[in-house]
Design a protein around this ligand. Structure first.
Ligand code: GLU
Length: 288
């Protein structure tokens, strides 16, 4: 059995990332499994080499060793292009030249239900039938209807307890090839989970809505089916998600402040009971 930790070097790792990494390690040890690392750095606009270096330093400090090889997505674009070509040969993707603004305008014109008005989630299908020419500004979208017709099967994804049927109606032609960086997280991650032979994908609950899409891509690309384990996101005592936006303390800053790493691990283990992180208490512990 194998799992992986797949951080994006778009900033320094913070307490929320450490929490996720520890959950992976705990599962690995409990199951005598392997734990692999993947650096998800396809987004060259947001990722920096110094943040990759920091990931290695932070994880070593945190006491989380990984099996090799370590995958770095920015070195694997040929594999993602190959997968995109496969989807194109299957006739299930199409070129889309819409902008976020034009999608929003179309959604307003259609007057669709308010919960469908997020252009990230809902795409009104503007380019689906139009056979747009590929330009420098082209994204590639998955044609959900065609994918459904092609797979023509009861598709499901699974966690450790049960199978969940893929609800095709909830899917909305997602971007698989981004116009800015060529590929989407979805495509790169399913290709790499197969490459790393991951049997159990452990990741935050925020990514759970994408499990059906990932299953569809695996099925189209004839990749193995993994088991998903989505863990709750660590929050502060006010219920805010511990992330960069909410100024979650970084591991680098804690290390530089002389934080005892065993104590940090203990605190994170204790947080697993309710997925809450008690900042104040922790800082007074640093001061002691
Ligand atoms: N790179 C993603 C992140 O840092 C995790 C993706 C995954 O585990 O599939 O949130």
């Amino acid at each position: 059995m194998r799992t992986r930790f797949a951080p994006s070097p778009s900033g320094l790792l913070h307490i929320g990332n450490a929490y996720s990494a520890l959950i992976c390690q705990q599962w690995q040890q409990h199951n005598h499994a392997e734990l692999l690392l993947r650096i998800e750095d396809i987004d060259h606009n947001r990722c920096k080499p110094e943040w990759i270096t920091a990931i290695f330093e932070d994880l070593e400090w945190l006491g989380i060793p990984f099996s090799t090889p370590i995958l770095q997505q920015s070195l694997r674009t040929a594999h993602y292009q190959y997968a995109l070509d496969q989807l194109q040969n299957l006739g299930v993707i199409y070129a889309c030249n819409c902008t976020r603004k034009s999608i929003q305008a179309e959604i307003e014109r259609m007057g669709v239900a308010p919960h469908l008005d997020d252009p990230h989630i809902f795409y009104p299908g503007t380019c689906r039938e139009q056979h747009k020419e590929e330009t420098a500004n082209t994204a590639w979208r998955l044609n959900i209807e065609k994918a459904h017709a092609l797979l023509n099967a009861e598709l499901s994804w699974k966690d450790e307890c049960q199978h969940y049927p893929v609800n095709w109606q909830q899917q909305s032609d997602p971007v698989i090839g981004r116009k800015d960086i060529g590929f989407s997280y979805h495509l790169a991650s399913v290709v790499d989970d197969a490459e790393q032979q991951i049997t159990h994908i452990i990741r935050g609950e925020d990514l759970r809505p994408f499990a059906p899409l990932h299953r569809i891509l695996q099925s189209l690309l004839q990749l193995p089916e993994p088991t998903y384990i989505h863990h709750p996101i660590l929050c502060d005592m006010q219920g805010n998600r511990l992330c960069k936006r909410h100024h979650a303390p970084t591991l680098q800053s804690l290390r530089q402040q002389g934080q005892n790493v065993q104590q940090l691990r203990e605190r994170l283990y204790q947080s697993m009971a309710n997925h809450l992180w008690n900042h104040g208490d922790f800082y007074s512990a640093i001061a002691d």
